[in-house]
Write a protein that binds this ligand. Structure first.
Ligand code: GLA
Length: 397
């Protein structure tokens, strides 16, 4: 896997090859993991995410005119369009690009040409938030080029707005917060009811966080995701008629015994959200006590809840978790992100990482004919954007 510096150098050299000039700005946005607190953000609950050491890099220069010349190295694709083009539906990343420029044109009077090279080592569409990283890196690149200074909250709101329009998802703010607010080696406890963040460190436990990419495409995930959002709306509206909910994360599961929701599915969805918020609280305490047995158990409980109550897992991911649970030294793990495929996050004893990867690879391949991608992650800084200066990146010219 290439590191951040190599990714930047690589992107700069692609930019120079394509446009025969140097970029003005380098913008980087990381992927994210979420240790716990899944599908709680749009329910005003809690989560513990952070950014990871995988990035999308945008190299950009401002030119005269009104045309955008973009090269996406991940798809080996040249994408050229004019600021005056109508928006029509093409692939999702192109749609994101068009929408972003349209918004800058309408809201910030953007009237320039741009040359752009994009390059990323975040696996795409598998629960590590590659599309929010894409949007944020682009927003930051364009705004820096135009000397528009956007606060973090403006970046968060703009990115959510662009993704909502172009991807038609009613997501919460988990991804934007993780990508913009993370700090190196830290986790964040976020309360989405007031957007408060508490930073804390994980003491070295002789264990690593390992991502396993099932390579199962999250097909139809957007519409199923939106179904979950509206099921939760219905469930919480029902509860709000019965009780005064001051703090969503303080609800206890027993409320559903007192006021059962007569739709079984919605009852299950709400049970997941309430129990997940309580798991976030327990997880935070477990981190403070460096109690890795509890951390592992809570992860596993979260997976069961996401699989049975929230029904956002799939057989391949359940199989990965089931195989993992039989390996000594696997502390716990679960599906991450929106679900319906994608990745698992696992806490693993350092001395078994190699063996773990071997066993999971063999078993998963035998069952599904797919080699999963298995890699460790570290907690990283959020997005950054800088003027391009060749000596910063130790470039050899
Ligand atoms: C997706 C959404 C987030 C969040 C997660 C589930 O990643 O973009 O807002 O809802 O799913 O926790």
């Amino acid at each position: 896997m290439i590191n951040k510096n190599e990714l930047i150098l690589n992107t700069v050299s692609i930019f120079k090859d394509k446009f025969k000039n140097k970029p003005d700005i380098i913008s980087l946005a990381p992927g994210r993991i979420n240790i716990i607190g899944e599908h709680t953000d749009y329910n005003l609950g809690l989560a513990i995410p952070t950014a990871i050491n995988r990035w999308i890099c945008v190299a950009i220069s401002k030119e005269k005119g009104s045309s955008i010349k973009l090269y996406n190295n991940n798809y080996k694709f040249d994408f050229n369009f004019s600021l005056f083009d109508e928006i029509y539906k093409d692939s999702s990343w192109m749609n994101l690009v068009r929408r972003t420029f349209k918004i800058f044109k309408n809201e910030y009077n953007l009237n320039n040409s741009f040359n752009i090279a994009i390059n990323s080592n975040i696996p795409i569409g598998c629960g590590l938030s590659s599309s929010t990283a894409f949007t944020i890196s682009l927003i930051n690149a364009i705004s820096k080029c135009l000397s528009i200074s956007l606060s973090k909250s403006e970046q968060i709101i703009l990115s959510q707005k662009i993704e909502k329009i172009s991807m038609k998802t009613n997501g919460g703010l988990l991804d934007q917060f993780s990508i913009l607010m993370s700090k190196k080696s830290k986790l964040m406890l976020i309360d989405f009811q007031n957007n408060g963040i508490k930073y804390f460190s994980q003491k070295s436990l002789n264990q690593s966080w390992i991502v396993v990419n099932s390579k199962i495409n999250r097909e139809l995930s957007n519409s199923k995701y939106n179904d979950r959002v509206s099921e939760c709306n219905k469930g919480f509206n029902f509860l709000k008629e019965k009780i005064n909910i001051k703090k969503y994360s303080n609800l206890k599961e027993s409320i559903l015994n007192k006021y059962p929701i007569n739709d079984k599915i919605i009852n299950k969805r709400i049970r997941h959200v309430i129990s997940e918020n309580n798991r976030v609280k327990s997880m935070y305490k477990a981190f403070l006590k460096h109690d890795s047995t509890s951390i592992g158990r809570i992860l596993f409980d979260s997976h069961k809840s996401l699989s049975f109550d929230y029904e956002v897992s799939c057989k391949e991911i359940d199989y990965l978790i089931d195989c993992s649970s039989k390996i000594d030294g696997w502390r716990g793990g679960r599906i991450i992100g929106g679900g319906f495929g994608g990745c698992t996050i696992n806490l693993i004893e350092n001395q078994i990482i190699e063996n773990y990867s071997k066993i999971i690879n063999e078993k998963y391949f035998k069952r599904y004919g797919i080699h999963p991608d298995i890699f460790p992650i570290v907690f990283s800084n959020g997005a950054e954007v800088n003027k391009y200066k060749k000596n910063i990146y130790n470039e050899n010219l």
